[in-house]
Design a protein around this ligand. Sequence first.
Ligand code: ZN
Length: 239
Amino acid sequence: MSRRISEILELIKIVDSKFSDNTTLQKMTSVRIEATKDIAIQNNIAKETARDKYRRQLAPDIIGTEEFDDYLYAWFTERQNDLFEILVKHAVDKTDIEIIEEYFESKRETEYIEWPEGKELVKYKETFLLRIVRDTKLSRKIKNLYDYKCQVCDLALKLKNSIYAEGAHIRPLARPHNGPDIVENILCLCPNHHVLFDGGGFGINDDFSLLGIDGKLYVHNNHPIDIQYLKYHRNFHEL
Ligand SMILES: [Zn+2]
């Protein structure tokens, strides 16, 4: 385990505990500066040393405290994954990855809401929350298997520095569905097809032909989709 990762996580947790809905970026920065001092004292190191852990040691992905704060703010307010991805990239061993995942996944789970909860359309703020996609270890595994290409349309979203796809649970994890987080229940989809699928815009037959839209789900040889979940999805949406 690296001191750098554990100290950065410690810092993130402190700032997180003081973050609320109306915290501005500026306010968060001052909290972060205070937290840096606290961590320096706790670990008996200079304040500059503590700050350097995220100011210089995350280069070239993050350069400077301002950029670090931007990523931190994007994580707190929009649950953007960049900070998580960057920390994972800088992990030196399995323990590092475990402690990073433990923190980020615990936060995601408490705020995760899956559509549809009943079948009514939801208010704007709620729809925003719905788009927080739970990115579990297994959904990353499935996305890697498909090189982040959508199993319906073959599209991978190329962002400036990364590539984006979503792990879609066929039988949703949330109540009342209580689907399992296993590869047999996960698809790799682009955001459009994920929304369509979750909202019953299309279904998937047992032979992987699509129901409601043209085409067929592409399935990799190493991806054992369990058709009972496809059936559950079709029944739930009355497809
Ligand atoms: Zn797609």
